[in-house]
Design a protein around this ligand. Structure first.
Ligand code: GLC
Length: 435
């Protein structure tokens, strides 16, 4: 691991602990007794609630369960595409204490908020195979040392790049830094096949994906949104350098103007149409962009690498989704069994193969057949292990909204990078325990 990455990994751990402690929400806080696990009784029909099924594989999974459990059928409830909109619906459901939701798919960043409000049940950890899963992934499903969700899949950002175009322009390796990426683009965009293409995009619409990309820009320069002392750290030279690089990317045209409207799926369409040389995206894009049914024009023409940084490899935000039981659900014994089924090693191996979503199980990153098919797996595992959590705070909704507002203002040219960081610094102070 590069020194910077190692320091970052260490900061990541202490940062998480400090922020949590500052908010009185410390995970692994020995003085706070773990809450009693829920009462998982009752069998019968349940719902499984999750965001839009980008992969199209959900019906197959639900059918497998329903065929084997005719008296405990699962109905899939599909929520909108954006994480923020899903969060709103979960909160509304919890506020009315409705039993419409059974097993719910929870973004790693909501763990503290949902657990602190007791919207989800504390789970009996011994009943799941969390000891076989990657540590930071399991950690992200805990609040005050207690498990509240079981990792269904994890996520780290990857740099997708067009191998055919890099080769044409004479490059053997993908870029490790933003500077190298800019220089490669200058040459690549001169190649006739790259006519009308743009250099790079990520997720820059005003929603959770923007928080992810902004955190990554700052981390990749050695900074972080919240510092080791638990206070916002947007006034550091590293934060300024990282975020300004992103803002400059828009100003210089390295990132196309329309990328300000990109979420995961819009960006994926652009990459698949052949509009982008480089794209920051989650692992799920690998399978879809490689589909040979005519839906992707770049099948077989791309590969993935770690995210670029400022003076070396960059650092990803830790993403991923955990399955939790809504506190207001009926038939919680069925809910628990369904989570076991969904999060089993067998199912995650299947899901890796069908959807290229990143599994939580460590062994799958060394599985010979999988590594042969998906040679990037060892690198993806490294990106997950060195990824940094977004601020782990109970008031996550307000925290991410502040990040999104200020970052969007800078990316769209309304504010300078410095102005945006300075107002974000004061807005976050009250939310994450700053001065
Ligand atoms: C992915 C990640 C999730 C993140 C979201 C942002 O789904 O897994 O953690 O919040 O993208 O759009």
């Amino acid at each position: 691991m590069k020194t910077r990455a190692r320091i970052r990994a260490a900061i990541g751990v202490s940062l998480a602990t400090t922020v949590l402690a500052a908010c009185g929400t410390g995970s692994g806080d020995d003085e706070v007794a773990a809450p009693k696990v829920g009462d998982f009784t009752g069998r019968g029909p349940i719902t499984f609630v999750s965001g839009k099924d980008f992969t199209g594989k959900m019906p197959t999974v639900i059918k497998e369960w329903n065929n084997a459990h005719p008296d405990q059928k699962v109905t899939f409830v599909e929520l909108p595409e954006q994480a923020d909109q899903q969060r709103q619906q979960y909160i509304q459901n919890a506020e009315t204490q409705s039993d419409a939701y059974g097993v719910i798919s929870v973004d790693v960043v909501w763990t503290s908020e949902f657990a602190a409000h007791r919207w989800i049940e504390p789970l009996p950890e011994g009943e799941f195979e969390t000891d076989k899963m990657l540590d930071p992934v399991v950690e992200a499903a805990k609040y005050r040392g207690q498990l509240y969700g079981v990792p269904n899949y994890t996520d780290a950002g990857l740099l997708y790049y067009r191998t055919d175009l890099l080769k044409k322009a004479g490059f053997d390796e993908p870029p490790q830094t933003w500077d190298e990426m800019r220089q490669q683009c200058e040459e690549i965009l001169k190649v006739p096949e790259a006519k009308d293409m743009s250099c790079y995009a990520g997720q820059f619409e005003k929603y959770e994906g923007l928080t992810v990309n902004v955190a990554e820009s700052i981390q990749s320069a050695g900074g972080s949104i919240v510092g080791e002392d638990g206070k916002p750290a947007l006034d550091t030279p590293e934060a300024k350098e990282g975020f300004s690089t992103l803002v400059e990317g828009f100003k210089s045209g390295m990132i196309p103007k329309e990328a300000i409207t990109y979420q995961e799926e819009t960006g994926r369409q652009a990459f698949q149409k052949g509009d982008l040389v480089f794209h920051r995206q989650w692992p799920y894009q690998y399978a879809l962009a490689n589909a040979d049914d005519g839906s992707s024009e770049v099948a077989g023409k791309f590969d993935v690498a770690p995210l670029p940084g400022i003076d070396g490899q960059g650092s990803s935000s830790l993403g991923g989704w955990n399955l939790a039981v809504s506190s207001f659900a009926k038939n919680k014994a069925t809910a628990l069994d369904f989570i076991k089924f969904m999060t089993s090693e067998r199912k995650q191996r299947w899901s890796l193969d069908e959807t290229t979503r990143a599994p939580a199980y460590a062994s799958l990153y060394e599985d010979k057949e999988m590594v042969k098919k998906y040679p990037y797996l060892p690198e993806l595992k490294e990106s997950i292990l060195t990824a940094e959590p977004r601020p782990r705070v109970v008031r996550y909704g307000d925290t991410t909204a502040a990040i999104q507002d200020e970052a969007y203002a800078a990316l769209s040219g309304e504010k300078s990078a410095e102005e945006a960081l300075s107002s974000l610094q004061s807005r976050l102070a009250g939310l994450v325990g700053g001065p």
